[in-house]
Design a protein around this ligand. Structure first.
Ligand code: CDP
Length: 252
């Protein structure tokens, strides 16, 4: 199943997210959680770590972006909590190998665009959106026996028993420079302002704010290369023991 497939009745998914005492008991401890703010390098690092270990990889930010895209496409105001809460129960989202599909439409380019980036913080602050997407993320891991999962609340909320929790940080300037380099059509100043706005929104929202789990390994990536960060994370994976379904990290 894709992470966004609305399996079962909406009520069932919501109960799954809120209810069970050990929501991730089986798969959660085989999860490597990589969290951090925009531009901390988490997507590139998480994807590379997953590739090296032969593990499945889930970009949960793309799921929140997909819901924001679906709301905009239907003319729903992203700040209007009730219609967005109803929408998330029925929207079909698939995030696979960098391709994001929303109700069967390939939205891989649009979900990274400025309009969705502006709308996503409001959608992600909606508790109904969070409980539904968290349920889908747990189901994704349960079906695969774990994997590398990237986001803002993966170690703190979605998989509190994750095998390893990594929280990537970097200075605001370093993160803005990275994002400005990736984008061709926006200035450094507007990227820096957008990152500051989203940092604030993500850290101060009531539902599952961005914060490092108490037992996360915090890695400051300012001035580090991708290879440096990946090597550090893989070192922590090896020291974290436990098992992943591939066992690939023990390969030479
Ligand atoms: O890649 P970038 O850091 O720009 O953002 P993203 O990972 O694509 O996430 C987009 C937005 O979704 C974030 O600004 C958060 O508001 C939200 N998000 C979240 O609330 N929880 C997650 N687990 C992942 C993303």
């Amino acid at each position: 199943m894709n992470p966004g497939d609305p399996a079962g009745e909406p009520g069932e998914a919501t109960r799954e997210a809120r209810g069970s005492a050990s929501p991730d008991a089986a798969a959660g401890n085989a999860v490597i959680a990589i969290d951090g703010p925009a531009g901390s390098g988490k997507s590139t690092v998480a994807r590379t770590v997953a590739d090296r270990l032969g593990l499945p990889y889930l970009d949960t930010g793309a799921m929140y972006r997909a819901v924001a895209f679906a709301a905009l496409r239907r003319g729903i105001d992203p700040d209007d909590a009730d219609p967005v809460a109803r929408l998330v129960q029925r929207v079909e989202v698939s995030v696979e190998a960098g391709v994001v599909t929303v109700d069967g439409v390939d939205a891989s380019i649009e979900v990274r665009g400025a309009e969705v980036t502006r709308a996503v913080s409001a959608v992600a602050a909606n508790p109904a959106v969070r409980s539904e997407l968290v349920a889908r993320q747990r189901r994704w891991a349960a079906e695969r026996g774990g994997g590398v999962v990237e986001g803002r609340d993966i170690g703190s909320v979605v998989f509190p028993a994750a095998r390893l929790k990594v929280f990537l940080t970097a200075s605001h300037e370093a993160r803005s420079e990275r994002r400005a380099k990736e984008a061709t059509d926006v200035s450094y100043d507007s990227v820096a302002a957008d990152i500051a706005r989203r940092d604030h929104a993500d850290s101060t929202r009531v539902a599952d704010p961005l914060q490092a789990a108490a037992d996360a390994v915090v890695v400051d990536t300012t001035g580090l290369s991708l290879e440096d960060v990946v090597a550090e994370v893989l070192g922590h994976v090896n020291r974290s023991g436990g098992s992943t379904h591939s066992g690939a990290e023990r390969a030479p």
